[in-house]
Design a protein around this ligand. Structure first.
Ligand code: FES
Length: 147
């Protein structure tokens, strides 16, 4: 049994301790905003915040998270009210939308530590892959969210 906190609620997963967090969130907690893309830690679709850092949920076993604080896109802000979400909506950044939860989590962590990121800061902090090619609008929107 593994115990940690998800979106400010203590949780115990009675699953194989090697289960990736991504599947515990999606299958046991019905937190389906965290997406599966590559399963290898490359695409960022599954990005969540663990103890203040953006981390790919497909690459962390639930056993490795004992005692941590995990935030998913569902717990980031009520009614899509996070400044990053508001900026992305205002700038019509999402296209298909699949990568957006992970992008938001990466950007939220960036802005926690840097309130005036440069374009290079943004590109360096958002490793997420988007097949729709939203990157130019995304950089503009995150810059706007930071200002
Ligand atoms: Fe986790 Fe791609 S699904 S990084």
């Amino acid at each position: 049994m593994t115990r940690f906190t998800v979106n400010n609620k203590p949780i115990e997963y009675k699953m194989d301790p090697d289960t990736p967090l991504l599947w515990a969130l999606r299958d046991a907690s019905n937190l389906t905003g965290t997406k599966y893309g590559c399963g290898t830690g490359e695409c960022g679709a599954c990005m969540v915040i663990v103890d203040g850092a953006a981390r790919p949920a497909c690459q962390m076993s639930i056993a490795s998270l004992e005692g941590t604080f995990v935030t998913t896109i569902e717990g980031l802000a009520k009614d899509r009210g996070h400044p990053v979400q508001q900026a992305l909506i205002a700038a019509n950044v999402p296209q298909c939308g699949y990568c957006i939860p992970g992008v938001v989590m990466s950007a939220a962590v960036l802005l926690q530590g840097n309130r005036s990121p440069s374009e290079a800061d943004i590109k360096g902090a958002i490793p997420n892959i988007c097949r729709c090619g939203i990157y130019p609008r995304l950089v503009d929107a995150i810059s706007h969210a930071a200002s």
